[in-house]
Design a protein around this ligand. Structure first.
Ligand SMILES: NC(=O)c1ccc[n+]([C@@H]2O[C@H](COP(=O)([O-])OP(=O)(O)OC[C@H]3O[C@@H](n4cnc5c(N)ncnc54)[C@H](OP(=O)(O)O)[C@@H]3O)[C@@H](O)[C@H]2O)c1
Length: 311
């Protein structure tokens, strides 16, 4: 079992902790560190979480450790640090702070015993970008800095690849209406560049940048996010073909018959959820309107760690 240090204690890291407590068998979290948040604040955030239930984990502070109980009933003591002095102690550095999302910065943590730095975001210059269900089997043991993509990259790439292989497509439009945590103090919607625009042509060699149009808006809302995708297919899809076309994606995406709104998506382990009732077929255009729990893309990151540990 590999040992891991989790750097960052924000929303993504909290979701990762939750995933690990449910499935703790492949790696052992031994350190937690965040230079900004305190251990008291983290314990309080976990105990009063707005989306995740940590009650079975009974979070408590024991000196410099955060103590948590996993789903097997085993109590873990994770050493806490407010500095980066634990770099190099574990075999995996889980870079989830959002402060080292470029490979030149993340690579500093590839030191001592650390074999891989796994970045929880798009990471320019990473040795590998590994998307679960798309190219995770390409994992190389010599890759020092590995990116899991991002919430939006995970939502788009496997679907885009599947549609390309099945129908070919000329262009795609992706619209993301993305949440922001309360501590970000966003007071009005804000348009922002989306790293999907840069990452998709790297991951899909057949895609030219001008074939993809991404619109990304952050809004002051803490629930799950909205995601719509439109593909101009070379060969149109007819209504009676839709179920068969989407069936191979069912481990990664959820296609409920009806739209039941945003809230059922909370803690979803799917890359995105597209109600069948909201899928439109019009000539060569296929439009999917859905939702995703962007923060819980931490589950795909967790699966990637599990995959690496099993190799
Ligand atoms: N959230 C998502 O949906 C999501 C999805 C996929 C990937 N990611 C990636 O994961 C990385 C971390 O993102 P994140 O969403 O975890 O960021 P976050 O919640 O904003 O946490 C990042 C930093 O924000 C501060 N912070 C966190 N919680 C706080 C609180 N309750 N009160 C005050 N400050 C707090 C902390 O330091 P500071 O004081 O320095 O800000 C923390 O280290 C980023 O690279 C992001 O792109 C995020």
């Amino acid at each position: 079992m590999l040992t891991a240090t989790l750097h960052g204690a924000g929303r993504f890291a909290q979701h990762l902790l939750h995933a690990w407590l449910n499935e703790p068998d492949h790696y052992r979290l031994q350190h937690l560190c965040d230079e900004k948040l305190s251990l008291d604040t983290l314990a309080d955030l976990l105990s009063n979480h707005d989306k995740l239930d940590f009650s079975a984990a009974c979070p408590s502070i024991e000196a410099d450790y955060l103590a948590l109980t996993d789903s097997h009933g085993q109590r873990h003591r994770l050493r806490w640090s407010n500095s980066l002095d634990c770099a190099g102690d574990s075999q995996l550095w889980l870079e989830c702070s959002g402060r080292h999302s470029r490979a030149t910065n993340a690579r500093h943590f590839h030191t001592g015993r650390t074999r891989h730095v796994l970045v929880s975001a798009s990471c320019p210059g990473a040795d590998q970008i590994l998307i679960m269900g798309f190219n995770h089997s390409d994992y190389r043991t010599d890759a020092a800095v590995i990116s899991y993509g991002s919430c939006t990259v995970n939502a788009f790439i496997p679907l885009a690849q599947h549609l390309y292989l099945q129908r070919n497509w000329h262009q795609a439009q992706v619209e993301v209406i993305h949440n922001s945590p309360t501590h970000a103090n966003l007071h009005q919607p804000r348009r922002q560049h989306c790293t999907l625009q840069d990452m998709a042509p790297q991951l899909l060699p057949w895609l030219a940048p001008e074939q993809l149009h991404v619109s990304y808006t952050l809004i002051p809302w803490q629930g799950p996010s909205l995601i719509n995708m439109r593909f101009e297919l070379a060969r149109p899809v007819y209504a009676h073909e839709l179920t068969d076309l989407l069936a191979p994606l069912q481990s990664l995406y959820h296609f409920a018959p009806q739209d039941t709104g945003l809230n059922p998506v909370i803690n979803s382990r799917y890359n995105a959820e597209f109600p069948l009732s909201e899928i439109e077929l019009s000539g060569h255009w296929l439009t999917l309107k859905g939702y995703f729990d962007n923060e819980n893309s931490a589950y795909r990151y967790h699966q990637l760690i599990q995959h690496i540990c099993q190799q």
